[in-house]
Structures are given as C-alpha cells and as structure tokens.
Design a protein around this ligand. Structure first.
Ligand SMILES: [Zn+2]
Ligand SMILES: [Zn+2]
Length: 758
C-alpha cells in the first residue's frame, strides 16, 4: 500500500545542490512527488511504499551533498494524491521574516581543481572556477534567498554554455550561483606603479614579482592578503617594516601538506583541520632550521599555516614557493580591506603590486585561526569558512543583538535556537573598525531577518561597543542588558557545550571590567545563564599606568615586587633590576604609593606578563598577549616542579595570592635556573592553584562542572595541564571549541545572558 509523506528539511540546504541530489536519489526508488526550496529550507513530498519511503529518508541523511548540513527533518503523513512522476518545483519564499541558513565560503573542490589544471578544459587556469560543491558563498551574498541576483555575481551575465550547465539538473553546476567561465565571468588583472599592466598573464607576472622579493596585495575570498615569499628574509623584513608590525606572527600558505612537512611538525588532527574544506589557519609546531624566515613568527614555536582555498591560490602556488606569507591586507588597527579602490589607496605604501579582480566582496571575512589543544581544535579566530553558520543551542532565546567587547570583537544575533556570530571584526578601537561592525550588523540582520528586542553589551563604559549600544538603544527603543565580561565568557562556554545548570566558571584573561569597578581577569564565578557570583579571584595588585602597564609588562612585574618587598625591591640582586632604569622603577613606586593611575587588577594575563618580564623574556610588547605567548613558548617539557602559592579567605571569597610564586622565582633567578624550567614551573603552579581552588569550591557548593574560558586558555601547556588535573579529580570539564575562548566569543555569552528566559 502506498502512502504520502511531506518532509521538511532545515539546515544549510539551499545553494548546495540539494534539490538535484534529491531528484537523483529518488531514482533509486519507486517514488513520485516533488521537491522545492521554501522559506523553511527544502520541502519534499513523496508517495510510495512505506519501506521505500523510510529508506529514502535515511539515505538523505547518509548521502548528503558535501556542503549541505541538516539541522532538522520534519516528516508528516498525508492522504494520497496520486503523483505520477517526480519533479523539481519552483521555489516558494513568502513570509518577509522567514530565513534560511547560509553556507560559509568553502575551498575549491577536487573536481574543480582537476578542471583548473586540465589544458583541455574550457576553464583551464581560470581563477574563478567553482561549482555547487565549492566556492564563495557568505562573502558574496547580499540577501536571501541565495540567488545569483542577490549576490555580487549579479553583474555577470552567464554565457550560453554556463547557462546550460546552470539549468542542467545532471550538471555539477546546476544552480551554482557563482558559476562563471573566462568568457562571461570575473577577470583578474595586475596593477603596478598605479597602472594596469596590459598584455601579460597577471598570475604569472605576480609569481615572477613575488620571486623577485616583491610584496603583493592579492585579493582573496574575504579580503586582501599581503603576500611575499616566506623564505625571503629581506622581503619579510621589509613587509614588517612597511606594515609597521614588529613581531606579531604572519600566517603562511603552502601548496600542499608535503611542503608544510618541510618546515612544521604535525599530527593527524592538525592534518584533518588543515585539509578541512573551511581551510582555517592551523598553528603548527615549527621545525628547527627550516628555510622559512625566522621573521615570520619571531620567538614563537608555532607557525600559522593554511593550505590554498581559492583557484587563484592554487595557480600562484603550484610548482612555486615553499610558502607565501598571506597576512590580512589592512593597515594598523583597521579592518581587512575588501574593495579594489580602497586597497589601491591604502596599501599603496606597502605593496609593490596589486593582483585584483572585478567581482566585489560584499561581506569581508578574515581567515580563521585555530590550534589543536587536548587533541581537538580551539579557535583563536572563528571567521571565514565558519561564518555565518550558527551556534546551535537546545533552547530558544529572545531575539538579541550582542555587540561584544573590544578586542578581537565579534557581534551576535540570536534567533530561535540559533546564535549567529559575525565574522572577526578586529580590535574595536578605531572608527574604521566600528564602521565594519555596523556594516556587518546590517548585513547579518538582513540575512537572518533578525529583529532584536534586546541589545546586549559589556559593562565597560569606555568600550566603543558599549557606547554604540547606548546609541542604538535610544534610537530603536530597545531594552539594554549589560553583561559582566567574565560572566559572558563563562556563559559562552556553557552555551556552546549546552550546559544549562550552575557551574564553576574559571575565567582567565587580560582585562574585563568588574562589577566593583576594578579590572578583573583571574576569576572564579558560580554561574548560570542569568546570574553569577564571584566566589574567588587572584589577589588584587596595582596596575601602574593602566593601559601603559599592559603594553609594558615590566611595570606589572615591578608592581608585584614592590608590593612584596617594599623599598627593598630595587636592591634585589636580579637581572631585572639591572636591566631597568632606577628612575623608571622609582616612578612606579610613587604611582603606587600615591595611587596615581594605578587601578587594581586581578588579571591572570597580567600575572603571566609580570613573570615573563621578571625572568627576562619580554619587558615590552608590540601585540596583545605577546609576553604570555613567549613565556608559553619557553616552557621546557617534562618539568614537574612548581612554585608555592597561597589561597586564603576574605569574607566569602577565596583569594589566590601569587606572592610566594614571585619569592620562589627570585630565588631561582639568583640560582641561575634555566628560564625554560622557570617558565614551566610557573605554568605548573597556575594549573595547580586553579585545580586547588576548584576543589575548595566543590567542597562548599557541591558543583562538579567546571567551564574554562578567557584568552589565557589559548595557552596549550596550561589548559592541557589543568584539564588533566581536573579530570583526575573527577571534575567534568568544559572548554570552548566552537567559538574562541578569547574575547571573540564574548558576544555569544552576552546574547545568551540577555536572551535567556528559562
Ligand atoms: Zn567545485
Ligand atoms: Zn561562461
């Protein structure tokens, strides 16, 4: 007996070849009916024998097209109609506020790659080759539904051949919206000395120039890269100088894993992520004495490496270069550039040539960055390849727009059980970055038909995001919710792990505004989605100079020493005191004594800074987190010892006092202990006091779930140690793997705190 079923499939099911996939799949069975794109996703109606229908539905899940992702399948049985055949019906998209999930940008697929290098193919060496299974998505979409007319491909009219592929159900390019060929699609060109070079092969010319040691501005998928040969020390040093970037590591790109093996060590997990279709930058352990210039990532054990993801990258790298630097094309403190004209103006001072093309980037999107920690990924930056895929919760939130914090900022929209995190926006300290935030906000709001009733932001009154939230709140009449920074961190971690009950939240980071007006950053919170109480923290010490002390870790180091040893601090027979000017240190003493611009901080990031400076690794930084990162890089393996510390109670709060850590380090310095051993001992101590305090808190509260979040948890040595110790003590431990533990994950936490009703 035949039955009829209506099937609604939600998820990333449009623009990914889903309907032809269904059409083909149906042929394996004796089924009739139709499939169409609707405002809900893909809707299918089929008639046939029950067993066949069930097999068909389970095959849908098993044999999905590569880019499709199913979130939910709803099946309803209906009375028979008597369909004669199976057809693809015209889309119905009706309701104004309906939305569908949009695919992130995906690297070129194997089929297209083969065609790209096939001299007999009509797209041989065509840098914009793509199909339903690969290519640009998010970066070219202006609105939904995802149709060519609503992308930046709308200005290119398909030639008859491309059109026939587009219309042919059997073709890999059936309804591939960015479908194009050399005759009808985007073109590439090269600018040098402010003029377009004619009668050359722009890609071959670019390769030539890069080989000569030149710096190129190369338009990528989500924005410009600045590129040069990563083995050319002179070129890299010139790029550093021109980009005004002293030490912050550059990302590099190599043709394939073989090449990467020549300069980095990596395991199976790293390999999986490197070759993943999202093509993130993966941080890999450097090999000693590789040919990659030491200036690519100075004083860092890791290199940020990615494989090519656009046809253009493949064309540049095939048979050329061990690795190219591919760093975001921006100028200091500004977002990545995506527009040709803007690139020609702003990057002119840096780039010797420009490799451009005439398809516009609508949504700029930086490369994603991650590191394998405890055998899986931790995002340092979640952007291209992942955005705009939502974080899926198993609860529904009110609609919230969350504006994030300041550093490495993202914003979020919540809708139903989804939270849509924006791409990486950068440090929100300039008008340009704020404008990027606004643009991204408008774009995401439209794409997901978001209609927020609440606006969430940080407690910090000076953040541009907080000030902008105030502005929108008044303009749009929204309810505003201010979320404490570390509460947002912990809830971000809880939400992505779907933990709803109260937890012990350990938030270690650099700076977050506390509800007592002090600068927090070494926090133990009892948290749920709505509330938190602070049950413990690192002891407050003065931060002499505020932001200046963040840039100059020696200030924080001396703040600890002065507080511990008083006037005798300057007489300690250690290299630190010899290195630093007597006058400078005396000024710090005065600032602390008279409480001049010396706010109190419990920041864990500053504790790492102080130790990094004290043992002689870094006194001043040129990028955020540098002192701590270099300290981590110094850790010797196999060190089991640690320093002393104390935890005492102050009212209801536990206070961790690192005073003894510093006293022990002074002893080690006097003894001339290896810095590498000291770095490891320090890390071991932080792990130990973290777990020690978690045990004390569990004893008092009976809570057994620990969530770890905050920028300090990008530190692999530390987090792996803490996880193993906590698990040995039978804690259930949660860390962040879907969104960054750094401030890039703050907006998710804010959205959940502000939008949770339960
Ligand atoms: Zn393809
Ligand atoms: Zn064509």
């Amino acid at each position: 007996m035949k039955i009829r079923k209506n099937i609604i499939i939600k998820g990333i099911v449009q623009g990914v070849g889903f309907r032809p996939f269904i059409h083909k799949l149906v042929k394996n069975y004796n089924l009739s009916g139709w499939v169409l794109n609707s405002n809900q996703g893909v809707e299918i109606e089929v008639e046939g024998k029950e067993e066949e229908l069930n097999n068909f539905i389970s095959d849908i899940k098993k044999k999905l097209p590569p880019l499709a992702r199913i979130e939910k399948i709803e099946v309803n049985q209906l009375p028979l109609i008597g369909y004669k055949e199976f057809s693809i019906k015209k889309s119905i998209v009706k309701e104004e506020d309906s939305f569908v999930l949009v695919s992130p940008d995906i690297s070129i697929c194997e089929d297209c790659l083969q065609e790209l290098f096939d001299p007999h193919n009509r797209r041989f060496r065509y840098p914009f080759i793509n199909c339903t299974n690969c290519g640009p998505r998010f970066t070219i979409i202006k609105d939904i539904p995802y149709d060519r007319g609503k992308t930046t491909m709308s200005v290119f009219e398909m030639c008859p051949q491309c059109q026939s592929e587009y219309d042919n159900l059997e073709d890999r390019r059936y309804h591939a919206q960015p479908n194009a060929c050399p005759d009808c699609g985007p073109q590439i060109f090269l600018y040098q000395n402010k003029r377009k070079l004619e009668a050359i092969d722009p890609i071959k010319k670019a390769v030539e120039l890069l080989k000569e040691g030149k710096i190129g501005a190369i338009k990528g998928l989500g924005g410009f890269h600045l590129a040069c040969d990563a083995t050319d020390h002179k070129a890299v040093s010139r790029l550093r100088l021109l980009k005004n970037r002293e030490a912050k590591p550059f990302a590099i790109m190599s043709f394939n894993l073989e090449k990467v093996k020549q300069y980095c060590e990596f395991g199976k997990k790293e390999e999986e992520w490197l070759t993943n279709r999202a093509r993130p930058i993966v941080l890999l352990k450097k090999k000693e004495d590789s040919l990659i210039s030491s200036l690519v990532a100075p004083k860092n054990n890791y290199l940020g490496v990615m494989l090519p993801y656009t046809p253009l990258h493949y064309l540049l790298l095939k048979d050329n270069f061990r690795a190219l630097i591919m760093t975001s094309g921006n100028i200091t403190d500004q977002p990545i550039i995506g527009d040709n004209q803007e690139a020609l103006e702003k990057l002119d001072r840096i780039a010797d040539f420009f490799l451009l093309y005439n398809r516009d980037i609508f949504n700029r999107c930086d490369d994603s960055v991650l590191k394998i920690i405890n055998n899986d990924n931790v995002f340092f930056r979640r952007s291209r390849g992942y955005v705009p895929h939502p974080i899926i919760l198993d609860l529904k939130l009110k609609e919230v727009l969350a504006l994030g914090g300041e550093l490495k900022n993202t914003i979020s929209f919540s809708k139903e059980n989804y939270v849509f995190l924006s791409q990486y926006l950068g440090d929100l300290k300039s008008v340009e970055t704020l404008n990027f935030l606004k643009k991204s906000m408008v774009s995401l709001k439209k794409m997901f038909r978001a209609n927020p009733e609440i606006i969430a932001c940080d407690l910090h009154p000076d953040y541009l995001s907080t000030q902008y939230a105030e502005e929108i709140k008044v303009k749009k009449g929204l309810k505003a919710v201010k979320v404490q920074h570390h509460h947002a961190h912990i809830v971000s971690c809880m939400a992505e792990n779907n933990v709803k009950e109260k937890v012990i939240g350990v938030a270690y980071d650099g700076t977050g505004y506390g509800d007592d007006g002090n600068i927090w950053g070494g926090e133990f919170l009892l948290c749920d989605f709505k509330k938190y109480s602070r049950i413990g923290h690192l002891k407050y010490y003065a931060l002499p100079g505020g932001d200046k002390a963040v840039a100059q870790p020696w200030r924080m180091a001396y703040s600890y020493l002065y507080s511990i040893y008083g006037k005798n601090a300057q007489d300690l027979k250690i290299d630190f005191n010899q290195r630093l000017d007597y006058n400078k240190l005396s000024i710090i003493e005065k600032m602390i004594d008279k409480n001049i611009n010396s706010p109190l901080t419990s920041s864990c990031g500053r504790l790492f800074d102080a130790v990094s400076s004290l043992i002689g690794i870094r006194d001043e930084i040129s990028y955020e987190g540098q002192a701590a990162m270099e300290l981590e890089s110094f850790c010797a393996s196999g060190v089991k010892e640690r320093y002393k510390f104390s935890i005492y109670k102050e009212g209801e709060e536990f206070i961790i006092d690192p005073q003894e850590i510093f006293m022990d380090i002074i002893e080690d310095l006097k003894k001339g202990i290896d810095k590498k051993v000291m770095a490891a001992k320090f890390h071991n101590t932080v792990a130990e006091f973290t777990v020690n305090l978690c045990c004390k808190i569990r004893k008092r509260t009976n809570l057994n779930k620990v969530t770890l979040s905050g920028g300090v948890f990008q530190n692999r040595y530390l987090i792996e140690k803490i996880i193993s110790l906590l698990e040995k003590d039978d804690f259930q431990v949660y860390i962040q793997r879907k969104v960054p533990p750094n401030d890039g994950g703050i907006s998710l936490g804010q959205a959940v705190v502000a939008g949770y009703e339960g």
